[in-house]
Design a protein around this ligand. Structure first.
Ligand code: ADP
Length: 379
């Protein structure tokens, strides 16, 4: 073989050897050679096609910077040229070229400078990528993002206005129903059937009221306005009170509280923590069936107190577990089980716990049961 130069086309099938001139002219990017002052001395067809000029229009006549928008010209003077002088090369500078018809072509420009042995600039070799598609894609992304943000803002606004506006008449309806119920009970003035109807109206209004308050809470969370009162709470007393309350509303359900101490104090918001455990206990009742018991275990840890609410109910499928604390999420097995529920209780619960500096975790096996464990810092 002797000492001939390596044959770069050795792997090319016969007849497909690359023509270097064609490779230069028809490359998928623009090539440009300019004098140090920017005067174009060589340009490939790809770039000429993008700017819709003939070779004779530009070679020896036009400087690269003459083809830029006004902003591009300024950027060329303030960034591109000084960087090139300093570093001898620049890469992927975003500039806007103007074509013959005045249309802007966004490009990305990389240049290396050829210098003499003494360091005098001789020639700039520039590669130009057409960024039209990329910029259009970026603009599209920005627009999609703005649209999504606007949609979220509308949703938050709707949530806030709707829950506020619904709250006022509902509170009045609920108050009047309770008043009516008390009067009816006192005067025994309603037939059995009408009493049951009144009870249904009271129950459903109360459900509606809870939903509206939950939506209001979500709206407060989204706008960072969910406030936590910084008081002290006896977590044992709170749980005993809640279990009593739930038992009177759901009827006979075996519930047990196991605690190492009769009283454990945590810093926090009495009403909000009540809301948390009411939600967990009600879920335990809702997603399990009598006669299975509900067990609440309080454990005192070094700096925290752990409260576990355990049921022996339908459990949560493994695929649903990572989502149960998300907004408006209900596991597939919950749908068939109970029509009630919007899938926002646990989301609010988790937010309240986090605002207390605590955490909530769930451990669950389908058809065996679920354990929700809340950990709160101790006083
Ligand atoms: P929902 O109003 O639907 O109960 P939550 O946010 O309280 O909303 O709960 C979200 C989902 O988590 C429920 O729809 C249900 O799929 C599941 N879940 C919550 N608690 C339990 C539980 N104790 N047992 C089984 N599934 C539960």
């Amino acid at each position: 073989m002797g000492t001939t130069a390596p044959d770069h086309d050795a792997q090319m099938p016969a007849g497909l050897e690359e023509d270097l001139a064609e490779l230069y002219d028809a490359a998928p990017c623009g090539y440009l050679s300019t004098l140090p002052d920017g005067t174009i001395i060589k340009v490939n067809q790809t770039f000429l096609t993008w700017i819709a000029y003939d070779r004779t229009d530009v070679v020896g006549r036009t400087r690269f910077q003459d083809l830029l928008t006004i902003a591009g010209k300024i950027f060329h003077e303030t960034h591109y040229a000084p960087l090139l002088r300093m570093q001898g090369q620049v890469s992927e500078i975003a500039l806007d070229v103007v074509d013959r018809a005045g249309r802007v072509v966004p490009v990305l420009v990389s240049t290396t400078q050829k210098r003499s042995a003494e360091g005098t600039p001789l020639l700039n070799r520039t590669t130009i990528f057409n960024a039209s598609d990329r910029r259009a894609y970026e603009r599209e992304l920005q627009r999609a993002r703005a649209d999504a943000e606007a949609a979220l803002a509308v949703r938050d606004y709707f949530l806030s206005v709707a829950s506020h506006e619904l709250k006022t008449p509902l509170t009045s309806i609920l108050g009047n129903i309770q008043l009516l119920q008390r009067r009816v009970n006192r005067e025994n003035s309603l037939q059995g059937r009408d009493q049951r109807t009144l009870q249904i109206i009271a129950d459903q209004t109360s459900r509606l009221n809870k939903m509206v308050h939950a939506l209001l809470d979500i709206s407060r969370i989204e706008t960072g306005q969910l406030a936590i009162e910084r008081g002290t709470v006896d977590i044992c007393a709170l749980l005993y009170r809640l279990v009593d309350e739930v038992q009177t509303t759901v009827g006979e359900r075996q519930m047990e509280i196991r605690t190492p101490l009769p009283s454990i104090i945590v810093p926090g918001d009495d009403l909000r923590l009540e809301q948390v455990f009411q939600n967990l206990i009600q879920n335990a009742v809702r997603y399990s069936a009598p006669p299975t018991p509900i067990l609440i275990t309080i454990q005192s840890e070094e700096t925290r107190v752990a409260i576990a609410v355990a049921d022996q109910g339908i459990g949560i499928p493994a695929t649903a577990l990572p989502h149960v604390f998300g907004q408006f999420y209900r596991a597939a097995n919950a749908h068939s089980r109970s029509a009630a529920g919007m899938g926002i209780g646990l989301y609010i619960v988790q937010q309240i716990i986090q605002l207390h500096g605590g955490e909530i975790v769930v451990d669950s096996t389908p058809d065996v049961g679920s354990v929700f464990t809340v950990r709160l810092p101790r006083a």
